[in-house]
Design a protein around this ligand. Structure first.
Ligand code: MG
Length: 251
């Protein structure tokens, strides 16, 4: 069942999302060659806590940290470590917060110093896929209109979209129904009708090569099967009768 949220609940989710957005900005500003992903996780955790929230990912199904740090071929769920970032790397930061009973969730991918043209293009297009998906997020459309816009745009640009991980509803739980694939499921359905009050975390993951992924021995870090680059952007949005309300937009 997809839970519809009241205005009050949406404002609580917005507050949580703002904490995530502000903290992600701090993390992004701290990126430089030589910094460890562990240090960035510490910045994320203190950023969340100093704003009175709790890191949503820490301990979630046993995830050890507050921030997912997914470098280069890593798609999502990268575990912070003593790995030092170097010029030319790209890294996705996925962060969640819990504040006053409601969750916020967002992700960005950034480059370290000068990055390759193909990496720049991948980041730009993955963010653009998210923007286009958000435009489809309005009452009267169907869920897979969002999925289709991401898949068509990505594949048209020569990328693949990850199948094994998807976006999700969010609210008083970090992950709620519906699942939001970044591709159209092969079932001849347009998916559930979008209604005012739905709150959705849209998160395209786009790869330079194959869509296939595997999980490293740490049981968390997801990498592309061909070890080519992957990028990931995420916003939490509320569905309205007009344009989507982007709750995790940085102000
Ligand atoms: Mg998410």
């Amino acid at each position: 069942m997809i839970v519809l949220k009241s205005r009050q609940e949406i404002e609580k989710i917005r507050k949580s999302c703002q904490i995530v957005a502000e903290t992600l900005k701090e993390v992004g500003d701290s990126v430089c060659p030589g910094v460890t992903t562990k240090k960035l996780d510490e910045i994320a955790e203190s950023g969340i806590r100093k704003r009175g929230a709790v890191p949503a990912f820490k301990g979630y199904r046993g995830f050890p940290n507050s921030l997912c740090t997914s470098v280069n071929e890593s798609v999502v769920h990268g575990v912070p470590s003593t790995l030092r970032l170097k010029e030319g790397d790209i890294i996705s930061f996925d962060l969640g917060a819990l504040y006053d009973g409601y969750f916020g969730d967002a992700a960005i991918t950034v480059g370290i110093g000068q990055i390759s043209k193909e990496a720049t293009r991948l980041l730009k297009n993955t963010e653009k896929a998210l923007c286009m998906a958000i435009e489809k997020g309005k009452a009267g459309n169907h869920l897979y209109d969002i999925s289709e816009s991401i898949q068509v745009f990505a594949e048209d640009k020569g990328y693949s979209v990850v199948r094994d991980f998807v976006g999700h509803g969010i609210g008083s739980n970090l992950h709620e129904e519906p699942q939001i694939p970044n591709f159209v499921p092969e079932n001849d359905s347009r998916g559930p009708l979008l209604k005012e009050g739905m709150v959705l975390a849209l998160e395209p993951m786009m790869n330079l090569g194959t869509h296939e992924v595997k999980i490293l021995n740490d049981q968390w870090t997801v990498i592309t099967a061909d070890r080519k680059l992957s990028a990931h952007f995420e916003h939490t949005i509320a569905i309205t009768n007009k344009e989507a309300d982007i709750l995790s937009k940085f102000h």
